[in-house]
Design a protein around this ligand. Sequence first.
Ligand code: NAD
Length: 491
Amino acid sequence: MSREQLIVQRARKSFQTGKTKPLEFRVHQLKNLLRFITEKRRNIADAVKKDLGKSEHGTELFETLGLEGEINLAIENLMEWAAPRPVEKNLLTISDEVYIQPEPLGLVLIIGAWNYPWAVTLQPLVGAIAAGNAAIIKPSEVSSYSAKAMEELLPLYLDKDLYPVVTGGVLETQELLKQKFDHIFYTGSSAVGRLVMEAASHHLTPVTLELGGKSPCYIDKNCDITVACRRITWGKFVNCGQTCIAPDYILCEPSIQSTVVEEIRKCIKEFYTDNPKSFEDYGRIINQRHFKRIMALMDGSTVALGGDSDESQCYIEPTVLKDVTSESKVMREEIFGPLLPIITVSGVDEAIQFINEREKPLVVYVFSHEKKLIKRVIAETSSGALLANDCLVHFTVSALPFGGVGNSGMGCYHGRHTFDQLSHLRSCLIKQLKMEGVNSMRYPPHTAKKMSWARFFLLKQVNMGRLRRTVLLAMLAGLAAFAVQRFLQRG
Ligand code: NAD
């Protein structure tokens, strides 16, 4: 039996003891996870520094702050999330208990990516714990320091059998994927996403695929280009462009292209100084393979800004490419690095057409003063999310489901969405053994009269809120009528 098989078996057995069912147990584990993040902040920052060259504050802002928020939200709302959810009834079930009961799915496999090695691996875990599941955590081997730190430190805080960390590369992930899980939550490339889904299909396991793709960014010529470029520069070059929701390329009219380049130049200088290479808030490309891949994407394009690199340090300067065409190499795959191509279009019509001719992206960005134009882009395109006049920040709104559509993924998470994604929403209907007469319409022989009763009872939705209000109003009206009558009698 392989190591992975043993770990999976142990986690499943532990889940089957029913340990995760009480909410107090889940809250306790979530509080431990929070304690882990606060007490081991330094270790996390050190690992991320070694993996991606990020600064300590950068790691806190982009990795652990969001995690803390998600854990606190889950702790505060768990009672409500896990409670039975009453639903609307029809006339046939009016006196019955009808509700949705969230229940744990069982054993979840979480496969993380390397670009935000803590955030994308532990955020799904928050929901998995809250929903009462066991979870195998498989951090990406590419961010090896973070994976090692996670393997060493997490078991000091969480139940070791229920939430084990499995490190290793492709072989280990493949071995894990052979096992039976009740849900697989994968973050990474679309290519591996296909393999994950294929493996999951053997056990009919549902999947959440948090994938990537090319997120377009349209800048309307009438918007505040200075502010737009400031926000785009931040969203693109943070973590050296290795962000799944980074704007991949800009679409704008030719008349504003040089202004856009100029504004981005100013912002790069402001954010990362004249020498980003030696500036601590500008990181590095994860490894030489990705360095070479990104550098090769520049072939055939005109560099408008930046372009400097150092292979020995996996450093690529923030770079803007201008007059890029849809046939350019840089437009053939997700960039996932600090290159920002600009493609000129004749206006919003062509931008929409350009977006719709490609795979559905994780995000569509649009910068404009005109609400009408923004609404038009919403109505005429499709993507995991749409963010107008900013970059990345929709990620921070826990109430918004975060996820892709089509090639950018399936399923979603954050806040209550993670809880729901990793729960089975069980339909419960509790009837009484009384009122058998009402059922006669469904028993043979089936007649036209019974059919018309069935239509009435089954198609009539009852809004209990409205029904209660109606009854209350009727009672008040009756009371008022009674009072008026008494008053008139006395008079
Ligand atoms: P990666 O190489 O770290 O792979 C992700 C995981 O897949 C790892 O745990 C790895 O072990 C596993 N894996 C790799 N090859 C495998 C194989 N052949 N069989 C089974 N498992 C395998 O990450 P990546 O794919 O380079 O990640 C980058 C991609 O992730 C980008 O496309 C990015 O947009 C996307 N991403 C998406 C999100 C999101 O939330 N939607 C977040 C981060 C990254």
